[in-house]
Unconditional design. Structure first.
Length: 259
């Protein structure tokens, strides 16, 4: 255990010299390990520049940076830049790290060991107060999805299960009508299944539940039948009860007529 700790400390210590040279080139007076901070640079009357060092970007480093924000608004996280600045930015974890740092008001540095003094650091992000920009389109989609859903058929936090979205609920209502009536047109489904997007749902057939019998007429597939069983908890009970419907001629259900 001691050997592993020593190796970790030695690895982080290697980042100090390049960061110190980088800050000194910008006019900072730099000292290491000041009151628990890995690197502290002073320049005139400006707030101190504080840098926390880690070979890899991780939660411990972020928590250290957040803690240092109580001391200065100019806090950087420095990690080993084993890849180029551009390549690191394109990595999913690199983009997420940059976004997280921006949200927290932290700067981000990539340290390249082996480069000339003063040239071994790339600034990925400078610390600035974060003002989030609201995405009105995504916010509208969020509210619309919430409002169009009927009931609450999903458990928050679950994965690898079919989420009952508003779109899926609309498709299920179409499937219920088709199971009941055997076949129907998009116009009929739009009206009786409360499915404004019925035409697109049938045409695109995202789930494989529907098949076209002829122009403007659709039926339910075996996969659709299974879906109605699998999503029984999310079905519209009102559609199951409304079996007695009038025919286009305005007469009652055929079974009732025979009685």
């Amino acid at each position: 255990m001691a050997a592993k700790t020593k190796k970790k400390q030695t690895a982080e210590r290697e980042l100090y010299a390049p960061v110190k040279a980088f800050l000194e080139k910008q006019g900072y007076q730099v000292k290491g390990e000041v009151r628990g901070c890995d690197v502290v640079g002073l320049r005139g009357d400006e707030p101190p520049a504080i840098v926390e060092l880690k070979r890899k970007f991780n939660l411990d480093l972020v928590l250290q940076g957040v803690d240092r924000l109580a001391l200065s608004d100019r806090v950087y996280l420095a990690v080993d830049g084993a890849t180029s600045r551009g390549a690191w930015r394109q990595r999913p974890d690199g983009r997420a790290a940059k976004k997280l740092c921006r949200m927290l008001g932290l700067g981000l540095l990539l340290v390249h060991l082996g480069r000339a003094a003063g040239q071994g650091v790339d600034v990925v992000l400078d610390p600035v107060p974060y003002t989030p920009r609201k995405n009105k389109r995504r916010a509208a989609m969020l509210l619309g999805e919430h409002q169009r859903r009927v009931g609450d058929h999903n458990t928050g936090g679950v994965t690898r299960v079919g989420i009952v979205t508003a779109y899926r609920q609309e498709a299920l209502r179409c499937a219920q009508i088709l199971r009941r009536d055997r076949q129907a047109s998009p116009a009929t489904l739009r009206q009786h299944a409360n499915a404004p997007k019925a035409a697109g749902i049938l045409r695109d057939d995202v789930y494989g539940w529907f098949q076209r019998i002829e122009r403007g007429v659709y039926a339910l597939t075996p996969k659709g039948e299974k879906a109605l069983v699998a999503y029984k908890h999310a079905l519209d009970p009102g559609l199951e009860k409304s079996r007695a419907r009038k025919t286009p001629e305005g007469t009652a259900d055929a079974d009732k007529q025979r009685q």
